[in-house]
Design a protein. Sequence first.
Lengths: 266, 269
Amino acid sequence: MTRSRPFSTRIPVVLGIPALFGIAFLVIPLLGLLVRAPWGSLITHLHEPGVWEALRLSLLCATLATLVSVAFGVPLAWALARSEIPGRALIRALVTVPLVLPPVVGGVALLLVLGRRGLVGQWLDQWFGISLPFSTTAVVLAESFVAMPFLVLSVEGALRGADRRYDEAAATLGASSWLTFRRVTLPLVAPGVAAGAVLAWARALGEFGATITFAGNFPGTTQTMPLAVYVALETSPDAAIVLSLLLLAVSVGVLVALRHRWVPTA
Amino acid sequence: MRRRLVRPLIFLGMLALALTGCGSAGSGSPGSTEPASRAASPSPRISGTVTVLAAASLTESFGVLADEFERAHPGTTVRTSFGASSALASQITNGAPADIFAAASPETMRQVVDARAARSSSVFARNHLQIAVPRGNPGKVTGLADFGRTELRIAVCAPQVPCGAAATKAFSAADISAKPDTYGNDVKAVLTAVRTGEVDAGLVYRTDVRAAGNAVTGISFPESAQAINDYPIAVLANAPNPSAAKAFVAYVRSEAGRRALSAAGFDVP
């Protein structure tokens, strides 16, 4: 996706001024966090009980949710982009609904299906003694529900952009469709998968509404960083700011570290 | 070019209107139709809008009181906004334009008074904790001791919010080490977990049990006497409409106000 610059790319004023406003709008609140952060008591707040536990849980759950999203989202994206299944447009619309659904509603929906009295959950409970709400599994499920559509859209876009003639060439040489997918299609769209996975991971890391509704809020089991921030806001806004900065620093660090390895830079 | 700009601008304008409209929503609930007693109306004519920020647990009772107050004082409008007391307190100390603050704990009121956003406050109601169980009581919960049973699903408020602080007090008074599965970020979150049957028991206010109607059953326990929450109310220092605000506070403390509060499950001093 690297592109040479044959023409001078002077930004026209009509675009430049709104772009500046856009930057200011997105960056100033972050600066506000940095300016108002209690730098003096930073270390104290970082040593409060539960901080590292929440961070560990956040990273673990976001990573698991990303794996779940890749495992189910890539095949789904392939089906949407390449197969001839009927009602594809409708399916695409349905699987991207979580993008526009308020996450709290997503959490309620998960509860109605997988909760202890849910459509599926009551049988899970009665037959296998499995109860999902208030467990770490529930956090992963809630995050996957919210994050997977990002991955699906990203991979589907990459699949549509990829040249299908390579697939056809592989097929004429006798490769099965599974072999073609594995050895030809997937390597071609790998950057799209990586970009989608990073997006999904970032979305899962910040997930709040679906998690607190479906998985509840208990330190060490279900209390991820965004939940810890919300609860801390009740008594100590300073602690909440410190937690937010920690989450921000870790996620930016991870994304920067992965940038060169996975995602080709523009 | 021009035409294309106009439409998004109209949309933005409408969005802004809708958002500001939201601020005033939620005032008054279609509650009791009991005519307001005239005894509380003070001598000077009051009018205009009174903005009341009140704790989430006051949603039902203050909805009724706002309706009755408006009827008793034609020309007045009561705008109510309900939320976690701590969130409302920080809105006030950050300059939210409001006339009255009614908090669920003296600590949150103290934040407001310390920031000189209110001069003094007075306690107008008290709330008890009560055990809430889903209809049918699937966990066979009988008292506070059941909160130590690990096999039960338990929800209590996070210790950072008033109902969680009260729960902690009750548990230590009863010498029970509670085994919750989730901490609600406010009392309504705990109530929802009970109402949906996701937990076998939760610790909420008696007023919440009352408000939930048939969906949950309340179980009283003796240790709740050790964890009573005082509800203070204050007219704010920068109240845009101080005379109407004073009248509303007087109304809350009048006979009619006390009746509405105790109907909702509060103890009135």
